[in-house]
Design a protein. Structure first.
Length: 360
């Protein structure tokens, strides 16, 4: 840190993204919940055609893209804000709706960026422990003052809440904002986008990074009442008016015109998840019920750090978190069938090594 860095950031601990090794080809990469599939070929062709005019700024309103998102989710275009990844939508929500009077409320085990956004915006926050089985109980939030952030499905657990529970929370106090982060919703959970037409205090954030194979393009969006979208636009125009570049915007439009491709890929991931979960359970692993493109696993036979380290040595990258409550767990992204077969083979080898060491 330089001596010039503002003291307002002296306690800020930056978010640590998963490893993106430069020698990527050496690894089976199951650590950042990316899609193993390329973006829609139809979208790539469309974007190549559309992005010849890069000497001009992109459309600050991202109108065509916004309309395409609105059509996809059957909402009005003024209920949509396109953002630079859903991280930007989440940060805008922290900027707009958290402060000393409205602290941020979120689970103790959830997306690691939430406390960073809170710190960055000098907003107090309270973490609310998940239950013993890592499930979230909305009653723990009802009656508390503050702006609620819930990842549904949650990360890194993969556990999802039904829409009826989210609705119960949203309507329990229509004077406070609830933000539902649906980054992983397309892999088997229920979306609450339709509730944004009924409740003025609900914001739903989604992304093109996971089910739509476009993490590198950085595209997300928020869906909410038009008044909330107007607030978020005020924040956007005060930070980065051209937040979506022309190439990404064209890709987004192309991707949304090829929903069959997205659906097919999601189904493949769900199938590969089942294959992986079954194989791990056969080896005695605990696997939380996942509605996401990753699973959260632990074993009595090997601790989480060791499993992560040995897998890395064997060329498979997964994610391990050092936080006490989950330090014995690893999060494994679901990739192609081939990647998951390699992962399972390596896990078997590691367990066999651990077993033979125990026997000595
Ligand atoms: N929410 C959750 C729960 C996530 O895990 C991620 C991915 N790191 C995001 C939001 C942000 O994704 P992106 O900015 O790529 O849309």
């Amino acid at each position: 840190m330089s001596r010039f860095f503002s003291s307002k950031y002296s306690n800020l601990e930056a978010y640590v993204p998963g490893e993106q090794p430069s020698d990527m080809d050496r690894y089976v990469k199951l650590n950042t919940n990316e899609s193993p599939f390329p973006p829609s070929p139809k979208a790539l062709r469309y974007a190549a055609e559309k992005t010849r005019v890069l000497n001009l700024y992109s459309d600050p309103q991202s109108q065509v893209l916004t309309q395409a998102i609105a059509r996809t989710y059957d909402v009005e275009p003024d209920m949509v804000l396109a953002t630079n990844g859903s991280d930007e939508a989440l940060n805008f929500a922290f900027m707009a709706y958290t402060d000393k009077e409205n602290p941020a409320l979120f689970a103790d085990i959830t997306y690691g960026f939430y406390p960073v956004f809170a710190e960055l915006n000098a907003s107090p926050y309270e973490t609310i422990p998940l239950r013993e089985d890592f499930s979230l109980c909305v009653d723990d939030y009802i009656g508390k003052r503050g702006t609620v952030f819930i990842a549904n499905p949650n990360a890194p657990t993969g556990v999802a809440l039904p829409v009826s529970e989210i609705e119960r929370l949203v309507k329990s106090d229509e004077n406070r904002i609830v933000v539902i982060d649906e980054a992983y919703v397309d892999f088997g959970a229920q979306s609450c986008v339709s509730l944004t037409k009924k409740y003025k205090n609900l914001i739903v954030c989604q992304t093109f990074s996971k089910s739509r194979s476009f993490a590198g393009g950085r595209l997300g969006y928020a869906i909410a009442s038009k008044e909330i979208i107007a607030d978020l636009n005020t924040i956007k125009y005060s930070t980065n008016p051209y937040n979506i570049n022309s190439m990404t915007s064209a890709m987004g439009i192309g991707i949304l015109s090829d929903e069959a491709y997205t659906k097919e890929n999601c189904n493949a991931i769900i199938e590969n998840r089942k294959y992986t979960v079954d194989a791990l359970k056969n080896m005695g692993f605990k696997v939380l019920p996942s509605c996401a493109n990753f699973i959260f696993i632990s074993s009595d036979k090997i601790d989480g750090t060791k499993l992560y380290t040995r897998l890395k040595e064997k060329g498979v990258l997964v994610r391990h978190f050092t936080k006490d409550r989950i330090s014995n767990w690893c999060r494994v992204s679901i990739g192609s069938r081939k990647s998951m077969e390699i992962f399972i083979t390596k896990v078997k080898e590691i367990l066999a090594e651990a077993g033979s060491k125990e026997a000595i």
